[in-house]
Design a protein around this ligand. Structure first.
Ligand code: SF4
Length: 359
């Protein structure tokens, strides 16, 4: 039987139950989910499904990540709510390709781990699965592993196996709607060109789950713990003097009440130049290098390849700011006299992050 797999939390329990119910059936997992956005999240979910299938001894095939054709399929349905018309097309698309794969492999039956997802309608999936599988001469197997406490056991299994738990269904449109409702920024879409790993980002989670695999291969025990923290992202910003933009680097946790202000530097103390508006502080590149232990020759070199996020938090503190200080801290080549204009647009929000603790 070909088993279309959407994520490890759904597949890990589902595959074990299928094994019990179909003891003579060979199970082949098929990860075909081009709906998942961004690609880093796709890789993360796939990596965890691979780990789960390895543990269960189930063969896994990766489908094509043909994101553009998925986008074309749902065109015009971007604003549909979850469980609406876009989701129907999304199921159809994934079932079409899965059914074709089942036929290619000579499998007579197929099913999908989507059936065990509490947020999906079993009836909707059954209708789509049967209709589409029949076109390829394959039977769609509908099982309900949610009933009779199944959902709770699935959650327990996920916890026991330390599976990666995503917190959105998968596509850009569902994610956008969810974040708008939660009044949270779309942090999943930030992937800085400078390659820096931001706290609470998908890239950070990818690194964590890769490290987890290394620990497991080395036979080391570990825990994954969650903690709350204040997150921050810079959307954009600049510093201008006489309408000319000055090369600048804005440090993490720089927050302005209004996104724009103008004024002048009033004083200097301990290498920090105090602006007379919005508690902005400036420092020179030379001072930054001294505090960070770096040797950037120019602002361009700094903002195209900045040091790790954590190191810049240390720079803030070494510069004399408290750990909870959200004053804007901006690096310039030299701090000029006269009027300056500053624009900083950033987001801060309460977030949760995972940490790997080797035991
Ligand atoms: S919300 Fe989920 S099921 Fe619906 S279209 Fe997006 S990824 Fe597909």
């Amino acid at each position: 039987m070909l088993v279309h797999i959407c994520c490890s939390v759904d597949s890990h329990y589902f595959l074990q139950r299928l094994r019990e119910d179909f003891p003579n059936e060979r199970l082949v997992g098929f990860f075909y989910d081009p709906n998942i956005h961004p690609y880093s999240e796709y890789r993360l979910r796939l990596m965890d499904v691979e780990r789960s299938c390895r543990k269960l001894g189930v063969e896994l095939i990766e489908g094509e990540y043909d994101y553009e054709s998925w986008l074309n399929a749902v065109r015009g349905l971007e604003h549909e709510p979850e469980k609406g018309a876009r989701c129907s097309v999304c199921f159809d698309r994934r079932f079409e390709v899965s059914a074709r794969k089942a036929r290619e492999l000579g499998e007579r039956r197929m099913t999908s781990t989507l059936l065990t997802s509490p947020k999906k309608s079993i009836e909707q999936l059954k209708e789509a699965g049967e209709r589409i599988a029949a076109k390829e001469g394959v039977a769609f197997v509908t099982v309900d592993y949610r009933a009779g406490g199944g959902t709770q056991r699935q959650q327990e299994e996920a916890k026991k196996a330390k599976l990666y738990r995503q917190d959105y269904c998968g596509c850009l449109f569902g994610l956008t709607q969810q974040r708008v409702q939660q009044e949270r920024p779309l942090a999943e879409l930030f992937d800085p060109v400078d390659g820096r790993t931001l706290p609470g980002s998908i890239q950070e989670r990818l690194a964590l789950y890769e490290e987890r695999l290394r620990l497991e291969e080395a036979g080391r025990n570990y825990r994954i713990v969650r903690h709350k923290f204040l997150n921050w992202r810079l959307l954009y910003g600049w510093v201008k003097r006489k309408k000319e933009t000055l090369p600048s680097h804005i440090l993490p946790y720089s927050v302005m009440k209004r996104r724009y202000t103008s004024g002048k530097v009033e004083c200097e103390s301990g290498g920090l130049h105090c602006f007379n508006r919005e508690e902005v502080r400036f420092m020179t590149l030379a001072r930054y290098n001294a505090l960070a232990g770096t040797d950037y020759a120019s602002l361009e070199a700094l903002f195209s390849s900045p040091p790790a996020f954590g190191l810049e938090l240390e720079v803030r503190q070494k510069a004399g700011l408290d750990p909870w200080d959200l004053s804007p801290l901006v690096v310039l080549e030299e701090v000029p006299e006269g009027k300056l204009e500053i624009l900083i647009e950033s987001e801060t929000w309460r977030d949760v992050r995972e940490k790997l603790v080797p035991l």
